[in-house]
Write a protein that binds this ligand. Structure first.
Ligand code: ASP
Ligand code: MG
Length: 413
């Protein structure tokens, strides 16, 4: 008998029919003797619809008011799911975030959970009831409704699982697990049975959008075992684990990529102390996050070139700022390129295997793909390449590192 927290995303509760299917699944777990807490998102598209309504009234509504509105989406689904459970003879109760005291800070629209009072939930579970809790929302110290940022229900589920010391937090979604890479780019991508937290964090932050990244951080911090699985098919999904030995004996677990990149270069800056700070300081002051940074060594002259990447949305502003800095520094030229992507190999096996980077570069070279930037960490190697090479790069690396799944041989892909 286990205590399980199950989270169902928007598509899983996107219609009454699907809500009934969720109720069937929840009831099955309870019938097997488990205690079940369910966290739900709003019905698919609902949060977006509410945002559009708000913007028709006021272009920039006050964050506090927006939270009052956005939190209603989840209030609909908790009630409907609880009704569906009761209708099939499975006793259930629904709660908003405020009702179970999901206490957050007061940063409306992006609040962080501080504390959860598990007592009320515990009493219901003792009484044999399924507890259905609204994801994505909480309440601050003043009693105002807050929301946790888009995709925040994942974080709600993990936080509730941590507070209840649940045996597992199951995230039900429209994919059946975490894949070696995005199957839309590489149809031979294979579902992983297990992945470590560290790898999952890299995969999530590099743009595999299976889980909200904050939920993975939270689960790692509070040691909540997480499982991603499909609400439409049966299966074991992917377990996100702390045990590195338990992970498949592969050097590389997956290939992540991000299209949201842009690159800026300033040529001919003086090679002196303080120059990196003068270039990147104003960028940071503008709240623009910098990802990769490269500075060349000065050749003959006492000048150097400096390149960094930012999110593509930040590119126009970063360019403007860099132009101003370049003038002040007397730099030769500023170059910008927003047609670049980042491709990364991720795997804890990298720690113990040499030669991964060289095999990566050899593979890209064979395909004639020019590498523009490189960066590495303990379990990741990233390269920046031209956008047009994204698919070719991902597929050739997927094959070179033995990640291609059975579907390839079966010819289904
Ligand atoms: N309903 C919210 C959103 O669409 C939260 C969630 O689905 O996780 O972002
Ligand atoms: Mg979601």
């Amino acid at each position: 008998m286990a205590l399980i927290v199950q989270k169902y995303g928007g598509t899983s509760v996107g219609s009454l029919e699907r809500i009934r299917l969720v109720a069937d699944r929840v009831a099955r777990w309870r019938d097997q003797g488990h205690r079940v807490v369910v966290v739900v998102s709003a019905m698919a598209g609902e949060t977006d619809r509410l945002l559009v309504l708000a913007r028709q009234i006021q272009e920039h509504p006050m964050p506090r008011e927006l939270d009052v509105l956005l939190s209603t989406g989840e209030q609909v689904t908790i009630a409907l799911l609880s009704m569906a459970l009761n209708a099939k003879g499975c006793p259930a109760r629904s709660y908003t975030g405020a009702q179970v005291h999901i206490l957050t800070d007061s940063a409306h629209n992006k609040a962080r959970i501080r504390d959860i009072d598990a007592a009320r939930v515990g009493a219901d579970l003792e009484a044999g009831r399924v507890v259905v809790i609204a994801g994505f929302q909480g309440i601050d110290e003043q009693g105002d409704i807050t929301t946790l940022g888009r995709g925040g229900s994942d974080t709600s589920a993990v936080a509730i699982a941590a507070a209840l010391k649940a045996d597992e937090c199951q995230i039900y979604t429209d994919v059946d697990g975490v894949y070696t890479t995005d199957p839309r780019v590489e149809p031979k991508a294979r579902k992983l049975d297990r992945i470590t937290f560290e790898e999952m964090l890299e995969m999530a932050s590099l743009g595999s959008k299976v889980l909200q990244i904050r939920s993975v951080e939270f689960a790692g911090k509070y040691k909540v075992p997480l499982r991603v699985l499909s609400s439409f098919e049966e299966g074991e999904g992917t377990l996100i684990t702390f045990e590195e030995d338990a992970v498949e004996d592969a050097k590389i677990s997956g290939i992540a990529f991000s299209r949201d990149e842009a690159k800026l270069t300033v040529l001919g800056v003086p090679d002196q102390p303080g120059v990196a700070y003068r270039i990147l300081g104003p960028i940071a002051d503008a709240n623009i996050e910098v990802d990769m940074i490269i500075q060349n060594i000065a050749a003959q002259e006492a000048t150097t070139d400096f390149t960094f990447t930012v999110h593509r949305n930040d590119f126009p502003r970063a360019l403007e700022i860099l132009d101003a800095t370049a003038k002040a520094l007397g730099a030769r030229q500023v170059l910008g390129d927003r047609e670049i992507v980042k491709i990364s190999l991720v795997g804890v096996g990298m720690r113990s295997h040499a030669g991964i980077a060289s095999r990566m570069f050899a593979t890209l070279a064979k395909e004639g793909i020019n590498i523009r930037m490189i960066s590495t960490s303990e379990i990741k190697i990233s390269v920046v390449v031209d956008e047009k090479y994204l698919e070719l790069g991902v597929r050739s690396l997927h094959e070179a590192f033995g990640l291609d799944g059975l579907r390839a041989t079966a010819g289904v892909a």
